[in-house]
Design a protein around this ligand. Structure first.
Ligand code: PLP
Length: 464
């Protein structure tokens, strides 16, 4: 088939115009639409599926179909009243950067494939280290999320603690290497165990340290640890928002062959705030940190950062050699990440931080935390039981027995004014409110509270 370039340039311009129009309509609909999706996955699969088409169709027709059917299957997580899974929306500047990056089609694996991709990673990693007050010479990898950030950081940890015992694990593998003692809090995130599994260290070989009532690892309950060992702490429990006492844990365990890692998927960003960053003090003394940008920094998926104090450990664990690769001059992105070819996600982080500035990031964090406090006050005032100390952006609430709470969660989701998920806390069913979006206002908190309390009254009338 001959492609007429002039014609296709014209139609691409038109197509992008249509995308812009449809995108704007979607974003404008967010504040008033139901937060839960209108159609279920199997229904959507039927609408978009069928037999593999033999012939293609025009792009604008495909766009229309995707928008008209597909958007019915979206959760309004980009909107102001989505409080699920500690994930935020996307700041306008970061969304715009995402569009531009897609148009540019940059392969961010190397400086030769994308100078701009490499440049924003250099600039942005320094900004992030400064913003989070972490050692300025740390190495940073731009990965898909905290799961891969944990993986990359723990690969560096595995390398370092075994090197202290004379084993280069990245060359020689784990066969014959001394066993690494793995330690984590009993409230550690599920993805951490998956990272251990992927690293050949086993999901079930971890010594679990008891946690206190807020889910913080108890420094006084640490076992005696001798290296090689990796101790995984957490900054921001997904239920309560509480931080492990990382400084005290570093004091207790750190040695040449004992590595302290921090899983700070959302909580690490609290370090940008003077007001809410206090529990995150001491975190800078750890050896590595994992965080998400697509949670509290409000950039599009998928985006996370692995940060490692000993940049060489990360580089040696992740780099690769090939005849066609360039001589290293500056920082080569592929030296730090598990992936090689990948999208230029650093652009969105750069744009988010550039648009907010240091003060804006602090304000975003503080605003979310204040909204969480308003939720807690409103719920307590109505006689609901808030189960956690609301120290950050997380609120856990019970509406009575587990059945009642589950029914409230189900109806809140069905009502659609807002969306909150369920969880188990201290053996009880709880509704979890995570305030993580730049878009949430005090009005949204009020409206959501009214909707939740109206559901609660309804459930109590019927069941009480
Ligand atoms: C969300 C989260 C993760 C996993 O992050 P992904 O971005 O989903 O990979 C890990 N740890 C904690 C504490 C989290 O909150």
């Amino acid at each position: 088939m001959r492609v007429d370039n002039c014609e296709s340039r014209e139609s691409t311009r038109e197509l992008l115009g249509e995308v812009q129009e449809r995108a704007a309509r979607f974003l404008e609909s967010l504040p008033e639409r139901r937060v839960a999706a209108a159609r279920a996955a199997d229904d959507l699969a039927q609408a978009l599926g069928g037999a593999l088409p033999r012939l293609g169709r025009p792009a604008s027709e495909i766009l229309a179909q995707l928008d008209e059917i597909g958007s019915q299957g979206t959760v309004a997580s980009a909107g102001p009243r989505y409080f699920g899974f500690v994930t935020g929306g996307a700041l306008p500047a970061s969304l715009a950067a995402n569009w531009l990056a897609a148009v540019w089609d940059q392969n961010a694996f190397s400086e030769v494939s994308s100078p701009i991709g490499a440049a924003v990673e250099s600039v942005t990693s320094q900004w992030v280290l400064d913003l989070l007050d972490l050692p300025a010479t740390s190495g940073a990898a731009f990965v898909t999320g905290a799961t891969m950030a944990n993986f990359a950081a723990l690969a560096a940890a595995r390398r370092s603690v075994l090197l202290a015992h004379g084993v280069d694990v990245d060359r020689a593998g784990l066969n014959g290497a001394p066993q690494i003692t793995l330690v984590a809090g009993e409230q550690a995130h599920a993805t951490l165990f998956k990272a251990f599994g992927m690293l050949g260290l086993g999901r079930e070989q971890v010594i679990l340290v008891p946690a206190d009532g807020q889910g913080r690892m108890r420094a006084d309950a640490l076992p005696n640890i001798s290296g090689p060992a990796i101790v995984c702490t957490q900054a921001g429990n997904v239920n309560t928002g509480a931080f492990d006492p990382v400084g005290a844990i570093c004091d207790a365990v750190k040695q040449e062959d004992v590595w302290v890692h921090v899983d700070g998927a959302f909580g690490l960003w609290a370090r940008a705030s003077r007001e809410f960053g206090a529990p995150a003090a001491g975190i800078e003394r750890a050896d590595s940190w994992a965080t998400d940008a697509h949670k509290w920094l409000n950039v599009p998926y998928d985006s996370g950062l692995a940060i490692v104090r000993d940049a060489d450990a990360l580089r040696c664990a992740m780099s690769l050699q090939a005849a066609y690769l360039p001589e290293r001059v500056g920082r080569e992105p592929f030296d730090y990440t598990p992936e090689s070819s990948r999208r230029a996600r650093g652009l969105e982080i750069w744009a988010a931080i550039a648009s907010l500035g240091r003060d804006g990031v602090a304000e975003l964090v503080e605003r979310c935390c204040r909204h969480a406090q308003s939720f807690a006050e409103g719920l307590r005032g109505a006689g609901c039981q808030v189960l956690n100390d609301v120290v950050l952006n997380q609120v856990l609430v019970s509406f009575g027995d587990d059945r009642t709470t589950s029914e409230v969660i189900r109806r809140v989701q069905r009502d659609g004014t807002c969306w909150c998920g369920g969880t188990l806390w201290g053996g009880r069913t709880a509704m979890r409110i995570s305030v993580s979006s730049w878009a949430t206002t005090s009005d949204d908190v009020e409206r959501s509270l009214e909707a939740i309390l109206s559901v609660v009254r309804g459930v109590n009338r019927e069941c009480g």
